[in-house]
Design a protein around this ligand. Structure first.
Ligand code: HEC
Length: 145
């Protein structure tokens, strides 16, 4: 029994350490899961129809539906990372390329927010981006690319 307890303790310590490292090294997670399509500079690709982050991504973070969109974009949903890492990755993207658009208005994503948004249904992500584009256009903001 004691041996089992020790084993469990050691295992949980190892898991804990692994998670902490992944959380701290968010730059590495971005390179691993996102940069293949979005580029290390977040510039995306015209040929691949991948939107550039600068000038655009920050605008999504200021509204509830925009935040729902960010959590459900295929690359984020498909990476199937834990809520905490997903929150950190989105914050990394927003802090790296959305600072100007955010202008301090949007709060950081938390693991709890990501979990809640993931539980919400997403039928048509493309339609949601179009709806957000229409709403932003009313404020003379373009997210076309
Ligand atoms: C296989 C390629 C691919 C990968 C990998 C990928 N993405 Fe994307 N991403 C796209 C495409 C394409 C779009 C455009 C939305 C669409 O057409 O569905 C997009 C859109 C986005 C958007 C919204 C930008 C906008 O202007 O609409 C965000 C934010 C985003 N991705 C973040 C990420 C993050 C974070 C990761 C890593 C966890 C990631 N993506 C991985 C291809 C990818």
């Amino acid at each position: 029994m004691k041996r089992l307890a020790t084993l469990l303790l050691v295992t949980s310590m190892l898991v804990g350490v692994g998670t902490a490292n992944a959380g701290e090294n968010i730059d590495y997670l971005y390179r691993l899961h996102c940069s293949g399509c979005h580029g290390v500079d977040g510039a995306g690709s015209k040929v691949g129809r991948i939107p550039p982050f600068p000038g655009i991504v920050g605008h999504f973070a200021g509204s509830a539906e925009g935040r729902l969109y960010l959590v459900h974009v295929p690359g984020v949903a498909g990476a199937a990372l834990p809520d905490a890492e997903t929150a950190k990755l989105l914050n990394y993207v927003l802090q790296s390329w959305g600072r100007q658009e955010l202008a301090g208005r949007a709060r950081d994503f938390t693991a709890e927010e990501v979990r809640g948004l993931r539980e919400m249904r997403m039928d048509d992500i493309t339609a949601l981006r179009q709806k957000l584009a229409v709403e932003l256009a009313k404020r003379r903001i373009s997210i076309a690319y």
